[in-house]
Structures are given as C-alpha cells and as structure tokens.
Design a protein around this ligand. Structure first.
Ligand code: ZN
Length: 79
C-alpha cells in the first residue's frame, strides 16, 4: 500500500481541481467565442433600416427581411 501523507494528498487534490476547472473554463470560453464568431459570420446589417439580420445564403447581396432592400455583405470581425 502506498502511503501518502494528508498534506500532499490535499495538495494533489487542489492541484487537480485547478487543472480541471481551468481546463473547463478555457474550453467553455473557446467554445463560446467560436460560436460568437460563427454567428457574426452570417450577420448582415441593413444600411437602410439598420436592423441586423442573419443570412446564411451565399448571395452577394442579401435582402433585408424588414425593409426588403439589398445589402452589401460586410464583415463584423473585430467585435
Ligand atoms: Zn432593412
């Protein structure tokens, strides 16, 4: 039987929880950031009525669902 002293056991336990929590936090942040980027990729802001809508088609000029005008596709990157 391997004898581990209590203080080192607590240390190992804390060390592992920090790794697990840190890993989960990092993974969650990375995932939400990816989701945000993906959502912004399809976001189009209407130049006429300023409404932001989602367009997943590959049309060069997506049509605004609110006022029906054609919009230029612009990147929302940098947000
Ligand atoms: Zn519009």
């Amino acid at each position: 039987m391997i004898r581990i002293e209590l203080p080192s056991l607590i240390f190992i336990y804390l060390y592992l929880s920090v790794i697990v929590i840190g890993g989960l936090w990092f993974f969650d942040g990375w995932r939400s950031q990816k989701r945000k980027k993906q959502a912004l990729r399809y976001a189009v802001r209407c130049t006429i009525c300023a409404s932001i809508f989602e367009d997943k088609t590959n049309e060069l000029l997506p049509r605004c669902p609110r006022c029906g005008s054609l919009n230029e596709r612009r990147n929302f990157g940098g947000l």
